[in-house]
Design a protein around this ligand. Structure first.
Ligand code: HEC
Length: 123
């Protein structure tokens, strides 16, 4: 009986995550992107004060050709995924000490999730 209850919980849990994926809200994410748009283009190869975010997911941090990254970002060694982007956006300077991205971070998890969704579909 206990096993059944655990299996049931797992089922609910996994349905929950499938559901939240289906909820990926590009429009809400686009709105959140207003916080970034002064410094980041979503067009490939358009560098503003910040690098283009086109094709961000799956690429190495600080690797946009010709963009003058800070030493901290150029030397960082991770790949942009939903997890790393979420952690970075929560507090850029804490996640990547020495970054010169002048942005305080986004406290609300659902706002970061929407942004993640929007940026993810730019690939
Ligand atoms: C005031 C300008 C500014 C704002 C606003 C800003 N950024 Fe940045 N961003 C930068 C700069 C400059 C860098 C390069 C930082 C470095 O070299 O340390 C950067 C770097 C990044 C990177 C790393 C890119 C790569 O190729 O590795 C990501 C991801 C990023 N920003 C996302 C965002 C998002 C999402 C927002 C909006 C919530 C945002 N930024 C808001 C200026 C900004």
């Amino acid at each position: 009986m206990k096993k059944l209850a655990i299996a049931y919980c797992l089922l609910i849990f996994s349905l929950g995550s499938v559901y939240s994926w289906a909820e990926c809200d590009v429009e809400a994410g686009k709105k959140q992107f207003n916080k970034c748009v002064a410094c980041h283009s979503v067009e490939a190869d358009v560098q503003l004060m910040g690098p283009s975010l086109h094709g961000l997911m799956g690429r190495k941090v600080g690797s946009v050709e010709g963009f003058p990254f800070s030493e901290a970002m150029a030397n960082a060694d991770f790949i942009w995924t939903e997890e790393t982007l979420d952690a970075f956006l929560e507090s850029p300077m804490q996640y990547l000490p020495g970054t010169v991205m002048p942005f305080g971070g986004i406290r609300k998890a659902e706002q970061r999730q929407a942004l993640n969704c929007y940026i993810g579909q730019l690939n």
